[in-house]
Write a protein that binds this ligand. Structure first.
Ligand code: NAD
Ligand code: IPM
Ligand code: MN
Length: 350
């Protein structure tokens, strides 16, 4: 029986994860679930955001269903004790370098985006975000500069192997879709990005059927508002991918809609699945959170870690049907609670 590690985390994490788990359970696939604390919740219990037992469970499991972490109460702690350290730690320990963040417009949500319906119509893009490198994992610290002023630093770097493995995911993904790959960087200023661009260009000869373009990240942010449906696959680094995916979420109606898969290979093998949003302290504990991103993450788990495309499509269709029948949480302009939205999806799961 496949084992699913459930790490609900903080804030709305447990609220949305509960709905995603209910959906997986309703499919009656004989999955085993084991839950463990992570983030601020784990810090309160054990003094550490990522207890060894939690990491061991994540490593042992066939897949990890992750909620969200983050709690303003712990912002003053040293960095390694903050909730975010747990998420970064799991990503790195499990080698989850490839983060797939699809942004698709469910037709029923055409008017939920702050962008005009004709601008977001046909939105169907995937951001392939590198997840274990970049400025996130470089040397960082504080020091005093030559003038004695306090200075903070975070080193940005990628080596060619790190670029190649994530670019390959982008090319392979584009090959299976509309064959358009847009590599996003800041090569006009950053040497890290120039190497990124060189490596991606060198690989292009292996993929003659994929139309490769390059775009500076500032332009990409603008194009995501001007004509988001023109994108197919975007491949980019850790920081740019983080920012652009929150932006892309609003083309799909709400940040509460977007799922993600974090993988260590092209397919499967103890991948981690989580909505792209955070713990949303402003609405936590109120039953207001949209669980669709978490539910759609469960669909990605079925597809990538369990190889069950049929079940994945079933879940995605159920979300689409529920939305088509008017199910809406507050972020989508409705008044349903998190659990009611979960119920609406479950009702369509036939
Ligand atoms: P956030 O994503 O938590 O919230 C941003 C805004 O979007 C808030 O107004 C929130 O209410 C809304 N929102 C988010 N998810 C929603 C949902 N499912 N339904 C309805 N509304 C939703 O980002 P933030 O406020 O910048 O960060 C809060 C905390 O979460 C921080 O501690 C941050 O580090 C952490 N964080 C964690 C993750 C993660 O676990 N993967 C991701 C992003 C941020
Ligand atoms: C995300 C989050 C994380 C990131 C934080 C919480 C470390 O914003 O998963 O998008 O920056 O990767
Ligand atoms: Mn983010």
């Amino acid at each position: 029986m496949p084992l699913i590690a459930v790490l609900p985390g903080d804030g709305i994490g447990p609220e949305v994860t509960r709905e995603a788990r209910r959906v997986l359970e309703a499919l009656a696939l004989g999955l085993d679930f084991e839950e463990a604390p992570v983030g601020g919740a784990a810090y309160l219990l054990t003094g550490r955001p990522l207890p060894e037992e939690t990491l061991a469970l994540a490593k042992k499991a066939d897949a990890v269903l992750f909620g969200a972490i983050g709690d303003p109460r712990f912002e003053a702690l040293e960095r390694r004790l903050r909730p975010e350290a747990a998420l970064l730690g799991i990503r790195r320990e499990l080698g989850l370098f490839a983060n797939l963040r699809p942004a698709t417009l469910f037709p029923a949500l055409a008017d939920a985006s702050p962008l005009k319906p004709e601008v977001v119509a046909g939105l169907d893009l995937v951001i392939v975000r590198e997840l274990v490198g970049d400025v996130y994992f470089g040397e960082k610290g504080r020091r005093h500069d030559a003038e004695g002023l306090r200075q903070g630093f975070d080193i940005m770097s990628y080596n060619e192997a790190e670029v190649e493995r994530i670019a390959r995911v982008g090319f392979e993904m584009a090959k299976r879709r509309k064959k358009k790959l847009c590599s996003v960087d800041k090569a006009n200023v950053l040497e890290t990005s120039q190497l990124w661009r060189d490596v991606v260009n060198e690989m292009a000869t292996e993929y003659p059927d994929v139309h490769l373009t390059h775009m500076y990240v500032d332009n990409a942010a603008m194009q995501l508002v001007r004509a988001p449906a023109a994108f197919d696959v975007i491949v980019t680094g850790n920081l740019f991918g983080d920012i652009l995916s929150d932006q892309a979420s609003m083309c799909a109606g709400s940040i509460g809609m977007l799922p993600s898969a974090s993988l260590c290979a092209w397919s499967g093998d103890n991948g981690m699945y989580e909505p792209i949003h955070g713990s949303a302290p402003d609405i936590a504990g109120q039953g207001k959170a949209n669980p669709c991103g978490a539910i759609l993450s469960a669909a990605m788990l079925l597809r990538h870690s369990l190889g069950n495309e049929e079940a994945a499509l079933k879940v995605e269709r159920a979300v689409g049907e529920a939305l088509a029948k008017g199910a809406r949480t507050a972020d989508l302009g409705g008044s349903m609670s998190t659990a009611e939205m979960g119920d609406a999806v479950l009702k369509e799961l036939v």
